[in-house]
Design a protein around this ligand. Structure first.
Ligand code: ES4
Ligand code: ZN
Length: 332
């Protein structure tokens, strides 16, 4: 057997840190914090991972977060992710977190952000991964709640690169969050939003024209609207696509039917990401491997996807150029 080549260097741009909570760590934290889980064993928990749609997944995702209570818990969660990401060739990670899901349980936003940044500040030294942090608003909560959490995050804004929008999409259009995005941009933050995952192309238009996003998270349903595709191509707005997530949440029937190749061929700036890897069957490298096999992508296409991940990142130009050089030097 020839030795397996190292994974291609890549950036991960669509990753919910709470979605990296593996059953093993969930049980360890439950024990440490004296939290009761409604599952007796890790296997019993894993058996709950056959989702019918986004909401079905979100119900479990929010329930399992009950084990995250202390600054140390958030640091441990982040370090566990970074170790796995590094093993799969991730060199740069832009990480989402959901503060409202924690403050609603009585965990202070400072506890969350201090825990995350404790791990992220050491990430370059420890794992060779550069990082950025993106604070998401829960779109199924009110616009006022988003404004409140944004104001409570003001003391920490220097640790954030962008704001994002996630959770249950249908019925919660981007336009609902116009005001908080205006404040975020005013504060110098970049803006991203989930749109066009389960929601219609109209939500992608709103994310672009009303929220002024720099990237669209998912965006796969954009393909239903020719004029929207033309706009995304013309402006080279990045789309952070999550193939294994799309299959597990039944946005796409089978990976073999995933429109990733059609999106690339249309000239869209597409990237491949893991979303909630503990729940959807794999980390960044696993997503690359899965689309390579299911869509028969050749080396040049995989290299283009890796290049896109750095092109679409919020890195400064010097770091971006250095990473692109790494991709070009990669011999897989
Ligand atoms: C999410 Cl896959 C997905 N979609 C929307 N919101 C989310 N939060 C965590 N994972
Ligand atoms: Zn997501």
């Amino acid at each position: 057997m020839p030795p397996t080549p190292p994974p291609i260097p890549k950036a991960e741009l669509h990753l919910h840190i709470e979605g990296t909570l593996e059953p093993e760590l969930a049980f360890a934290l439950a024990e440490r914090n004296g939290v009761e889980l409604p599952y007796a064993t890790q296997d019993e928990l894993r058996a709950a991972y056959s989702f019918t749609d986004l909401q079905d997944f979100l119900d479990l995702y929010y329930a399992l977060m009950a084990v995250l209570r202390t600054e140390g818990d958030f640091a441990d969660l982040t370090n566990a992710y970074l170790a796995r990401a590094r093993a799969q060739g991730v060199r740069h990670a832009e990480i989402f977190f959901d503060p409202q899901a924690h403050t609603a349980r009585g965990v202070a936003i400072g506890t969350v952000i201090d825990g995350l940044t404790r791990a992220l500040d050491a990430a370059e030294q420890t794992y060779g991964i550069t990082t950025r942090l993106i604070m998401c608003f829960l779109r199924d909560e009110s616009a006022e709640s988003a404004l409140e959490i944004f104001e409570s995050a003001r003391p920490y804004l220097d640790r954030l690169t962008a704001v994002g929008l996630d959770s249950a999409e249908v019925g919660n259009p981007p336009s609902k969050f116009r005001e908080v995005y205006a404040r975020a941009r005013e504060a110098g933050l970049k803006c991203v939003a989930h749109a066009g995952e389960e929601g219609p192309p109209a939500y992608v238009w709103e994310a672009l024209d009303i929220l002024g996003v720099d990237r669209v998270d998912h965006g796969v349903r954009s393909l239903e609207d020719e004029a929207l595709v033309a706009r995304l191509v013309a402006d080279q707005v990045p789309l952070t696509v999550c193939p294994l997530s799309n299959v597990r949440l039944r946005v796409i029937d089978r990976l073999e039917d995933h429109p990733l190749r059609a999106m690339l061929d249309a000239g869209l700036l597409v990237t491949v990401n893991s979303d909630d890897p503990a729940y959807f069957g794999g980390y960044a490298g696993d997503n690359f491997d899965a689309v390579r096999d299911a869509l028969r992508l050749d080396g040049a296409t995989l290299r283009a996807l890796a290049r896109n991940s750095f092109r679409a990142s919020f890195l400064d130009e010097g770091a971006r150029a250095a990473y692109l050089k790494e991709v070009d030097a990669y011999e897989g």
